[in-house]
Design a protein around this ligand. Structure first.
Ligand code: C2E
Ligand code: MG
Ligand code: MG
Ligand code: MG
Length: 282
């Protein structure tokens, strides 16, 4: 009987492995189809200055309009995309959509930038920066409208070539941001030498700033450190007005989060940039 039990377990294990593989393959197939059927969209979430309330930029966040399962957030598919080469194709779609949007906004006279999330696999492509410039030029947008978000992990591990390409794009007016700061390990001398403009503190880092004096002390010190290196600091995942108040007092430059605004469709963002924000920040 014990043997039978063992067998059954092995059976279950291999079955669930096969199931997992199946789920992944199905997801990859669906993502590929989503690309050809134009089922991706972007949502835009404002990044707002803590003093003065100016909207500096909008982070472009990927959305997948699934025919049966409805709106899908990146959490349900980006990892699978990153494990395959699909992230490059999806990333190309995002870049093209952001470039088109940037051109529209520039024509409208908006002074908000578009922040775009870049995966390691994308940026490590030899011709990544060539293609990025090509898409911008194609739509009539300039690097001045862009902000590249690369994660802390990528920032700490990327090679010299990526570094110098980022520096070149920055010279053409783009901003470089370190995303999800505080979730990995940072080497501060590397952070000093990087072509970086701003650092985005991860939500986990600022979650307790209103309730914990220690958390507040850490964030305060980290902000001082980043300022000392000459970069601006933006806090992400700010869900309560009180968090924004604390962050303002300890010198954080800008915030992004539900307390300010949810990610929204482009037409909503345009209305927001046009004055809707005043009511929320004042
Ligand atoms: P991220 O770049 O750190 O983006 C911030 C995430 O936090 C977004 O989730 C946003 O909707 C969410 N968020 C904003 N404010 C709040 C808040 O107050 N509370 C909480 N709990 N969450 C908040 P989203 O849109 O689901 O995206 C998740 C992640 O997926 C992003 O994290 C980014 O790493 C990745 N991602 C999104 N769009 C793209 C893309 O176009 N390309 C790539 N490569 N990755 C993307
Ligand atoms: Mg981001
Ligand atoms: Mg982040
Ligand atoms: Mg993230």
């Amino acid at each position: 009987h014990a043997k039978a039990c063992g067998r059954a377990q092995v059976q279950t294990y291999t079955d669930s492995l096969a199931d997992a593989l199946d789920v992944k393959l199905r997801l990859e197939r669906d993502l590929r189809r989503a690309l050809t059927e134009s089922r991706f969209e972007l949502a835009f979430q404002p990044q707002v200055e803590l003093v003065g309330g100016r909207t500096l930029s909008a982070e472009a966040l990927l959305r997948w309009n699934h025919p049966e399962h409805g709106l899908q957030l990146p959490g349900s598919f980006i990892e699978t995309a990153e494990e395959s080469s699909l992230i490059v194709e999806i990333g190309d779609w995002v870049i093209d959509a952001v470039a088109a949007t940037a051109a529209r906004w520039e024509k409208l006279g908006l002074d908000q930038r578009l922040a775009i999330n870049i995966s390691p696999r994308q940026i490590e492509q030899r011709d990544f920066f060539v293609r990025l410039r090509d898409r911008l030029a194609h739509h009539g947008a300039t690097p001045r409208m862009l902000e590249l978000e690369i994660t802390e992990g990528l920032a700490m591990t990327c090679g010299e070539t990526v570094f110098s390409e980022m520096a070149a794009l920055r010279n053409e007016g783009a901003l470089i941001a370190i995303d999800d700061f505080g979730t990995g390990y940072s080497n501060f001398s590397r952070l000093r030498d990087m072509p970086v403009d701003q650092v985005k503190l991860d939500r986990s880092m600022i979650a307790d700033v209103t309730s914990s004096e220690q958390a507040r002390a850490i964030v305060h010190a980290v902000i001082g450190l980043i300022h000392g290196l000459g970069h601006r600091v933006i806090a992400e995942g700010v869900e309560a007005r009180e968090q924004a108040d604390v962050l303002r007092v300890i010198g954080c430059d800008a915030v992004q989060g539900y307390a300010v605004a949810m990610p929204m469709a482009e037409h909503e963002f345009l209305r927001w940039a046009d004055g809707g924000r005043k009511a929320l920040i004042a």
